[in-house]
Design a protein around this ligand. Structure first.
Ligand SMILES: [Zn+2]
Length: 242
């Protein structure tokens, strides 16, 4: 007869299998709490002025709409989703992205289509580890929301990003490397306006690289949408998690 496992071992295993704490605030015995979820139902706000690396020479500023500040419970939730194995948040974040698309649709409706939604490129290793391409998941949700707002848009995962030894480089080196690492891998309808979708916006370096790559092949980028962005704090040099 097999020996029974100690209760503490059984509990520890259960916690691994079934997440039992809110990733936003750590409150136990709930998958997430209402207070932390509420951040994802706020109205979208413009975050491009918070992204220091998004100033792109030779083009007007890129409007960036986001739902939540990358802080507090919202930060915890998105970190749990991206890097903490909390894939049970897929539906919640897809819903938030869909609503974001619906709310932003009127702001871009004056631009004649057909629109293309392009997810920011995920590194292959990240997608493998997560079991899902999260920016693509969000892009599909945004397209559903745009459709509800009267804008038909095709989702085209056209961007790729090369693998690189990012962590050993300085911020400036990372930025220059990022610019050349993002490439367009698939053809897009010529001249179609593009919306880029990403999960978070921190310095804006990734977005700037995406814009440069897309506009380099003649696809005008009209705006970007993301779940969360850093809020600018005066004098705060953002250390950045991503
Ligand atoms: Zn919470």
């Amino acid at each position: 007869m097999r020996e029974r496992l100690p209760v503490r071992v059984v509990r520890a295993v259960a916690r691994v299998v079934v997440p039992v704490a809110c990733p936003g605030c750590g409150r136990e015995d709930v998958r997430w709490c209402e207070a932390c979820v509420a951040a994802w139902w706020e109205d979208p706000w413009r975050a491009e002025h918070n992204a220091a690396r998004l100033d792109i020479v030779g083009r007007p500023p890129l409007p960036v709409w986001v739902v939540a500040p990358l802080a507090g419970g919202a930060h915890g939730m998105i970190a749990g989703w991206k890097d903490g194995g909390r894939r049970d948040l897929d539906g919640l974040f897809a819903d938030a992205a869909e609503r974001l698309g619906r709310r932003v649709a009127p702001a871009v409706a004056s631009v004649p289509g057909p629109w293309v939604v392009v997810p920011a490129p995920a590194r292959r290793a990240s997608t493998r580890r997560r079991g899902e391409d999260l920016p693509l998941l969000l892009a599909r949700a945004v397209a559903r929301g745009l459709a509800q707002g009267g804008i038909r848009a095709d989702v085209r995962p056209a961007l790729a990003i090369g693998a690189g030894e990012q962590r050993r480089r300085s911020a400036g080196d990372r930025w220059r490397a990022m610019r050349s690492a993002v490439t367009v891998q698939a053809s897009l309808p010529p001249g179609s306006p593009v919306l880029i979708v990403d999960d978070v916006v921190t310095t804006g370096a990734t977005l700037a690289a995406c814009v440069a790559a897309l506009e380099g092949v003649g696809s005008p980028v009209v705006a970007a949408l993301a779940l969360a962005a850093v809020e600018r704090v005066a004098g705060d040099a953002h250390a950045g998690l991503w």
